[in-house]
Design a protein around this ligand. Structure first.
Ligand code: NAG
Ligand code: NAG
Length: 302
């Protein structure tokens, strides 16, 4: 595709991209708006893909939809009988919202009208995490009942129960093609499941404490996990084998994530330190000394 006539332009663009990636940017953040309307504490927030809308979940049993620029409340999604703990847009589409509650149900809502399409019943304990698949055809929910469930977004039916953990499921994530899902549990393991059949493919065993977070990298070749055992672990997503252990925190690791280039992993811990580790090679070795970029109160990065 790169013909002689556009070669120079392509080289120029690649060079600019490389410069951009190499820039050490200092972002300055300032307070934009403060919105106060939930009558009890918030549990979670989520943006739609463009950021023009966001949702908040609360102990007050509601989820509210907001216009980001104006701060206007567009809808209050009411109907749950207990804390709304997990919330999500079906990004990149953004026309649906899912809410998971301590009332053991999950609800699917229209972003446009605020009407409830379906209430998904079947879990026997609190729902604490949820995620749409990338195609937005399935919704996955993780529960304190030790199972995760897959629900058909169009039909409003349960598709599969992912049964295999022996304790609460508190994290889940689809791969980018939506054919695999990982679940992190208080049983100290992460499970890799086949979405089509609901079959358990691998159990990632190694952590000595509850899992707090589990994520794929951009090409889904790696999985990173954070645990109450104070470490992070890296795993080969295809074979389920252990690749590396990152032990720098002195307290529980509460959240982990990859950056979009797959070069770095950020970890947030109860020890009040936030590290960014350099991931030198894919499936590779970690730089021994994590590079400290921020010190402050307990920080979560999502
Ligand atoms: C975000 O929400 C607004 C309003 O519903 C919508 O117009 C826009 O397309 C959404 N963006 C994405 C990418 O979800
Ligand atoms: C998961 O996602 C990756 C990257 O998007 C894809 O290559 C892979 O085929 C998917 N499924 C499996 C089985 O890993």
């Amino acid at each position: 595709l790169i013909t002689a006539s556009c070669l120079e332009h392509v080289i120029h663009l690649v060079q600019r991209l490389q410069e951009k990636l190499g820039e050490k940017q200092i972002h300055k953040f300032s307070l934009f708006k403060v919105l106060r309307t939930h009558i009890l504490p918030l549990t979670n927030v989520a943006f739609n893909k463009s950021g023009s809308r966001f949702i908040t979940g609360s102990y007050d049993r509601t989820c509210k939809l907001w216009d980001t620029a104006s701060g206007e409340e567009l809808h209050s999604l009411e109907g749950h009988g207990n804390v709304v703990y997990a919330i999500a847009f079906n990004n990149p589409y953004g026309d649906k919202i899912a809410t998971g509650s301590f009332d053991k149900t999950c609800k699917l809502w229209s972003t446009e009208t605020g009407k409830c399409f379906y209430t998904f019943r079947g879990h026997t304990a609190e729902i604490v995490c949820l995620s749409f698949n990338p195609q937005s055809t399935l919704l996955a929910t993780g529960s304190m009942d030790t199972t995760a469930k897959l629900w058909d977004v169009e039909k409003g039916e349960e598709v599969a129960t992912l049964n295999g953990h022996s304790a609460e499921i508190i994290a889940l994530s689809f791969n980018t093609t939506g054919d695999r899902i990982i679940t992190g549990s208080f049983d100290h393991t992460v499970a890799v499941w086949d979405v089509g059949t609901g079959r358990l493919l691998h159990t990632l065993i190694g952590h000595r404490g509850e899992i707090s977070s589990a994520q794929f990298n951009w090409d889904c070749s790696l999985i990173v996990t954070g645990s109450m055992d104070k470490t992070c672990m890296l795993w080969d997503a295809v074979t389920g084998t252990h690749v590396a252990t990152l032990a720098a925190h002195s307290k529980e690791v509460l959240d982990v994530c990859f950056d979009y280039t797959g070069q770095r992993i950020a970890t947030a811990s109860a020890d009040a330190v936030f590290y960014v580790d350099l991931c030198i090679h894919i499936l590779g070795i970690f730089q021994e000394n994590p590079f400290l970029i921020r010190k402050g109160s307990q920080s979560f990065l999502t």
